[in-house]
Design a protein around this ligand. Sequence first.
Ligand SMILES: Nc1nc(=O)c2c([nH]1)NC[C@@H]1CN(c3ccc(C(=O)N[C@@H](CCC(=O)O)C(=O)O)cc3)C=[N+]21
Length: 298
Amino acid sequence: MSNAFIIDGKAFAAQLRQRVAAAVESFIALTARKPGLAVVLVGEDPASQVYVGSKKKATVEAGMNSFEHRLPASVSQDELIALVETLNADAAVDGILVQLPLPPHMDDKAVIAAIDPGKDVDGFHVVNAGRLAVGEEAFVPCTPLGCLMLLKDHMGDLSGKNAVVIGRSNIVGKPMAQLLLAENCTVTIAHSRTQDLPDVVRRADIVVAAVGRAEMVTGDWLKPGAVVIDVGINRLEPEAGQSKGRLVGDVAFDDALRHAGAITPVPGGVGPMTIACLLRNTLVAAHRRAGVAAPEGI
Ligand SMILES: Nc1nc(=O)c2c([nH]1)NC[C@@H]1CN(c3ccc(C(=O)N[C@@H](CCC(=O)O)C(=O)O)cc3)C=[N+]21
């Protein structure tokens, strides 16, 4: 079989960011204020600092306000929740993102529960998870939303397709399955206890890999022509003479290329879509809070 089509998430994300930036201009013309995203980072995890930095840059490039709050890892959960409550009450803040993971002395669930669901642009609050599950308008977590956009752009109608989601996290696996179900896919959620995982994956027209294990899905697991969305971002050990290891996904990319119909690369696939969807959700939150209709098709 010939090589798979490579789905360019980076290019799609750049276009989405342009559409968001244009809609931000119209929003400002209408309301005389900029949409605002507050990002809260607790502690000094280097990877989290990089992500927060790129979110800030993208937010400002889209014409929105970025409010960054960096707190020491020693901060108490009550102090963090007090900050979230201040942001809930701040009229200039449309979206609130508390960077995960939080330090071990904190309960992610309690902190997320403190976020106003109308400002929960990560879509992690139980109110948004519940709305998604019952088919009401909800903020959808950015990574699965970005995956769905790439799938629909590449495949068109997804009705009746067999989709296998590998991974059952609240952040990716579960909302991804809900979105695919809403698109009329037949959805299987596979996970670490799934029996005969390669056989389960072999039935899939659509494979979304979100397990966090480097290059776990190999080409022989794939039905020929399957569309593969690789959510994993894993850094390998550095090779001799290198300071940084390579970034790889949960799919063995070169191997999968010979079996798949299409596949997202890592980097340059799902990652950039996550940030673009965060801007998109913030734009939508701003419109809802202002009581004006959000533009179609964003
Ligand atoms: N409350 C919260 N919301 C999040 O959305 C959230 C979070 N916490 N914690 C951490 C994860 C991770 N995450 C990524 C975003 C963009 C890339 C991204 O753009 N990656 C680039 C490359 C990055 C690189 O080179 O290191 C790519 O895949 O092409 C990756 C990962 C958002 N997260």
